[in-house]
Design a protein around this ligand. Structure first.
Ligand code: CDP
Ligand code: MG
Length: 666
């Protein structure tokens, strides 16, 4: 490895704690967490007591008792998420029918953490310990006392119960991720506390970068909050820092810039497997596409060469995995086998994986960016920050000294990476959040606005569903919305591309992907929802089960807000109209003289192309609307449908103004 890898010069993983701030209480203590649930025979209680946060149990409970807000900073794996809610319950915060909430920015983390806590408490998931994510509520009224949920779901609960009265303590976890919902929640929860002084807030974070968070609260402190002081409560927040780092991690950099990080990650895993002693590998890539590709490449390697790679168990980790797939990721590899987990940045801080000794860091993650000029929000593969790179490396030092392989040069790390990431709130479109918040400052004026806010979906999807009720095709559109909510209903991968493309052709509709989805759904339904049918047609069975589930939930919501459920049978014209009503802002037209399938968005004239996964790829109809954009070498439109330009004017006269209408009718 020496010719390819160069050890870093920076001292790895030094822990810096800033304790000179006024108003910051710094409790120190050293603790090496060498404990591991799945490597010893310790009882659950013993395992829990070995976690770094356990030493701070009393301090945490004291602070929560006496302060409105407590900020807790602790290294990933120190026990913040799984332990603190349990401490609160043990101390009586769930008495009298009240609930303890713990939010996570990611759905997969919510599920994983809730099942871990249920296991530790020896209860069935969905009883005392439950969780709620969009489209899935695994809680029981009057029984559940610890509830894990995404911050987006908590934000929505505020619409029914603006003061969140059923909760006694709300823990906003992973606050360093600064998701939009977390940022908005922070602001709103401070307001709620003024009305409900008994509500306690815990903000927890994996990095000391929480300094900006404490600045936010210090700013609040200056504006006195007399109501709270009457209750003898201290309003100044405290930062409690839990020490508990594992072991040193040796950093290796690539000597040369890497051209193809998927390929480089795969070669690095094989090198580690060949030359390094036992220990699992965690690879950070960006999303389902590159993760599936590298899993496939590694599995091919295991099957063909055998010799170097036998003993590898390769597992993907991204949201949308089935429960069984998730369990594999968390379970211990059989003796003599090495687990390789290829993950999005969900494994950076949200999930703790035991047994990782080697980390391979591509240096990239998928980030949500909003382009205010084109008014397009998309997920873009972008370089991570130095803070993220350090977090990723730290994952290798949980059980013993580890190694991290960075697929970029040290020069790049030192001189070109930004120091900290940009909070999502600065990169994203606020439409969806603003519609949900319904605050004084953000009133929704039209009745459609209110209906849109009732649906736990992107506003464009919501608008499409409402339009479908008026057009008499809500059954079809709800199916389409459900399909759009899953990553992909197709099985894809290297080696089966041809077969899956052929299978897709059996369902392909001239109108485009949305109508194709309807054909697949119909076939699936007629087969009696059979998994064999899915297998035969290269359709992802788990995705289809999810579609069924989401569809049921959307139907319930639609009924509740008074929409008419009706099928248009075979009239696809109205389906296209409904899609146009929702997604009019994503209309594009073919540049006739480009000869390479280039489209321009009507808004902003951005260059875009039809994604190869679309049934309209190479068909290139003149007018299309897309559901989302993916940026790789180009901007690709995913899930595309042909439209009639006159529908655009009908759907959004305010949007496509006169000058454009000339263009539209040309
Ligand atoms: O939230 P934080 O990163 O501080 O830690 P945590 O998620 O509460 O995890 C604490 C410990 O619980 C980890 O070190 C693991 O030993 C264990 N754990 C696990 O074994 N399986 C899980 N799904 C989650 C946690
Ligand atoms: Mg955590």
């Amino acid at each position: 490895m020496s010719q390819f890898w160069k050890p870093g010069t920076e001292r790895p993983q030094g822990r810096v704690v800033d304790d000179e701030e006024g108003g910051v209480l710094f409790l120190s203590g050293s603790h090496h967490s060498s404990s591991s649930s799945r490597y010893g025979y310790a009882s659950i209680d013993k395992q829990r007591q070995r976690l770094p946060v356990f030493k701070y149990r009393t301090a945490i409970l004291y602070l929560v008792e006496t302060r409105a807000t407590t900020i807790i900073v602790g290294e990933t794996g120190s026990g913040k998420t799984t332990q603190i809610p349990q401490y609160l319950k043990e101390a009586g915060w769930a008495a009298g029918g009240r609930l303890i909430a713990c939010t996570q920015p990611r759905r997969l983390a919510v599920q994983a953490v809730a099942s871990r806590v249920a296991e530790e408490m020896g209860v069935k998931l969905g009883e005392e310990v439950g969780y709620t994510i969009r489209f899935e509520d695994v809680t029981k009224p009057d029984v559940t006392v610890l509830k894990f949920l995404t911050d987006g779901v908590l934000l929505r609960e505020m619409m029914d119960d603006p003061l969140l009265t059923k909760y006694s303590v709300i823990m906003l976890d992973e606050a360093h991720e600064r998701s939009i919902s977390t940022d908005i929640l922070l602001g709103l929860l401070k307001k709620i506390q003024r009305r409900r002084p008994e509500l306690r807030l815990i903000i927890s974070s994996a990095t000391i970068e929480a300094k900006s968070m404490s600045d936010f609260f210090r700013m609040r402190k200056k504006r006195r909050e007399p109501e709270n002081e009457e209750h003898g409560l201290q309003v100044e927040p405290v930062i409690l820092s839990v020490e508990g780092r594992g072991f040193n991690v040796q950093i290796n950099y690539s000597e040369e810039p890497v051209q193809d990080y998927v390929q480089a990650a795969v070669s690095t895993v094989l090198l580690i497997h060949e030359r390094e002693p036992a220990g699992d590998v965690l690879v950070f890539l960006t999303g389902q596409d590159d993760i599936d590709a590298s899993v496939q490449l590694l599995n091919d390697e295991v099957q063909t060469t055998g010799k170097h790679s036998s003993g590898l168990i390769v597992l993907p980790l991204y949201s949308g995995l089935s429960r069984a797939e998730q369990e594999l990721v968390f379970s211990q590899a059989p003796r003599g086998k090495r687990k390789v987990i290829i993950s999005t940045n969900i494994a950076e801080t949200s999930l703790t994986l035991e047994g990782i000794v080697y980390v391979v860091d591509s240096g990239f993650s998928k980030q949500r960016f909003y382009n205010p000029i084109s008014d397009i929000e998309n997920l873009v593969v972008a370089p991570i920050s130095r803070a993220s790179a350090r977090q990723r490396a730290g994952r290798a030092g949980r059980v013993r000294p580890g190694k991290c392989y960075r697929l970029y040069t040290e020069e790049y790390f030192l001189n070109h990476m930004s120091n900290e990431g940009i909070p999502e709130i600065q990169r994203s479109s606020m439409v969806s959040c603003v519609i949900q918040v319904l605050d004084d400052d953000a009133k929704l004026t039209s009745p459609t606005g209110f209906q849109v806010a009732e649906i736990p979906l992107d506003p464009m999807v919501s608008k499409m569903i409402i339009a479908s009720s008026q057009l008499g095709c809500s059954e079809e559109i709800i199916t389409i919305a459900a399909v759009l909510s899953v990553q992909s209903i197709w099985i894809s991968g290297r080696g089966i591309q041809k077969e899956s493309d052929e299978a897709k052709l059996r369902f392909a509709a001239a109108e485009g992907d949305h109508v194709t989805f309807l054909n697949v759904y119909k076939g699936f339904h007629q087969s009696g929802k059979s998994s064999q049918w899915c297998h035969k047609n290269y359709v992802n069975y788990h995705a289809m089960r999810k579609v069924l589930e989401v569809r049921e939930q959307l139907k319930r919501i639609a009924k509740r807000i008074g929409l008419v459920l009706k099928s248009c049978e075979s009239d696809m014209q109205v389906v296209r109209k409904a899609v146009t009503a929702g997604f009019f802002a994503n209309a594009c037209h073919l540049e006739e003289y480009s000869h390479n399938g280039m489209y321009k968005t009507l808004r902003g004239s951005q260059e875009v192309y039809i994604h190869p996964s679309s049934v309209l790829f190479r068909v290139n109809p003149k007018w299309v609307i897309y559901n989302s954009l993916v940026s790789t070498d180009r901007q690709y439109m995913r899930n595309v449908i042909t439209i009639d330009p006159s529908c655009l004017l009908e759907a959004a006269p305010h949007f496509y103004q006169l000058q454009q209408s000339n263009h539209l009718l040309r």
